[in-house]
Design a protein around this ligand. Structure first.
Ligand code: PFF
Length: 457
């Protein structure tokens, strides 16, 4: 970064920082790597046919994910504020752009409420794995149904997960989030590496899994698959709700935003692919279906775990829980940072009150018999999932993109980016023309308004 650019930067705030470069990378990859990578990516890849979907997804990460992550980090580090404060700071008080920050805080709130329910299932499955999966395939698969249907059990595990998130976030940026990310993320990498080695070398499905993920067969790719890949790029990189604004706000000046954003995007993608290899290797080696859908890891895998034993199944669900936990804390941190910065609450009370409120909202998703009023039986879980993933995140991302591309001062933006070279021009080009159009397509698809798609109504 040139000195003349650096001198104009505002001073760092006192509200907490990562201890260094590694602290940020681990916390941000912790946010990005989550249920999206280990639960959702493999199952949607299975549903949409494998290699061609993976290729489209990788392109989406580059043209949508990376530019947006850079945009969020630029806004966060520039302002050293939560999403609402950040937009207020860069535009003017009372500006409508603050709404983008509001939308982000609301998304964090809603996503964590149902995310915690799935994370709770992962936690429950650690204990099921320790006890061992027994019975016929049908019985093992039915166990998942009864966990989801059992109000008491679902609420219990949801409570446990929320308590863990609250316990970590109360500790603050350095002593809570960073410290735990430094423990959980390396453990996650080790477990995942072990599972991949097992899948590749100790099952008969390794090569088939690699082929399934990396050999594109475009005849299997649908428009629906392309749009899911785009939507997933958002969710998996924690974009569109200010999580990266918040984590970026704790970054110290002087580190390279582009290097960090590339590192986080690559790590997130590699983890999704490695998880895919490990899971599909097992799926193929026992001749099961890759397109099992959301039940892939809670229903299909447990049947296979009967053969592998607890040495594989227990680490797998520990991995899933760790991944969910580091994402859960980032969701909570977005909400907490808003109440701390803008409303002057103490961190402890903000975490307890907001964590508690999110927990209560999460009960709606945990109790599967409760349905959204005035719908034909839509569950709250699906309602919040669709509302946030299909609408709130893409809209938040779209607005952030427009803000950084067209509203933010070039001097501020270039200063945070660290140069005005070719890469910077490339980023501006993407943020102005490519990324918003791609995101708009996702939003229109969410609204079932794309003219070339058939929506069946
Ligand atoms: N990126 C997380 C995952 O892939 O599971 C989910 C997520 C976390 C989305 C944090 C948004 C966010 F702010």
């Amino acid at each position: 970064m040139s000195d003349s650019l650096q001198m104009k930067s505002p001073p760092e705030s006192k509200r907490g920082n990562w201890t260094g470069h590694l602290g940020f990378i681990l916390a941000a990859t912790g946010s990005a790597i989550g249920l999206g990578n280990i639960w959702k990516f493999p199952y949607i890849t299975g549903v949409y046919g494998g290699g061609a979907f993976v290729l489209v997804y990788l392109i989406c990460v580059v043209i949508v994910g990376l530019p947006l992550m850079l945009a969020e980090l630029i806004v966060g580090r520039r302002t050293q504020k939560n999403p609402v404060g950040a937009f207020k700071n860069l535009h003017k008080k009372g500006s409508l752009w603050q709404g983008t920050g509001w939308l982000g805080v609301a998304s964090g709130f809603l996503i964590l409420s149902f995310y915690s329910v799935v994370a709770g299932w992962a936690l429950a499955y650690i204990f099921k794995a320790i006890a061992g999966f027994e019975g016929t395939a049908e019985q093992i698969q039915a166990e998942f149904g009864s966990l989801v249907a059992s109000t008491g059990e679902s609420i219990f595990w949801h409570s446990m997960f929320m308590l863990m998130c609250i316990g970590i976030v109360i500790g603050g940026v350095k002593r809570g989030i960073e410290r735990w990310s430094k423990i959980l993320m390396p453990s996650l990498f080790v477990i995942l590496g072990g599972l991949m080695i097992y899948g590749l070398f100790f099952t008969h499905g390794g090569m088939q899994a690699v082929e399934f993920l990396f050999k594109p067969d475009f005849s299997k790719l649908s428009a629906e698959g392309v749009l899911s890949a785009l939507g997933h790029a958002f969710f998996t990189l924690s974009l569109g709700m200010g999580a990266m604004i918040t984590y970026g706000s704790y970054m110290k000046r002087g580190s390279s935003i582009i290097r960090d954003a590339v590192a986080v995007s690559i790590l997130d993608t590699v983890v999704a692919l490695v998880a895919g290899i490990a899971i599909f290797a097992m799926v193929f080696s026992y001749g099961t279906e890759p397109a099992a859908g959301p039940g892939l890891i809670f229903q299909t895998l447990p049947v296979l775990f009967q053969q592998t034993g607890p040495w594989i199944s227990v680490p797998f669900f520990v991995l899933l829980t760790f991944a969910a936990l580091t994402s859960g804390i980032s969701l909570l941190e977005v909400v907490v940072s808003y109440f701390v910065d803008e409303r002057g609450w103490g961190r402890t009370s903000a975490t307890l009150v907001m964590g508690g409120t999110i927990y209560l909202i999460g009960l709606l998703s945990a109790v599967s018999v409760w349905k959204v009023p005035f719908t034909s039986g839509t569950g709250w879980f699906d309602f919040f999932d669709v509302l946030t993933t299909n609408y709130m995140l893409p809209i938040g991302g779209f607005l952030t993109c427009l803000f950084v591309a067209y509203v933010m001062k070039d001097a501020d933006r270039a200063d945070e980016f660290g140069s005005r070279g070719l890469l910077y021009s490339g980023l501006k080009f993407f943020l102005r023309y490519i990324t918003p159009i791609a995101v708009l397509v996702v939003i229109l698809h969410g609204l079932e308004l794309l003219p070339f798609m058939e929506y069946g109504n």
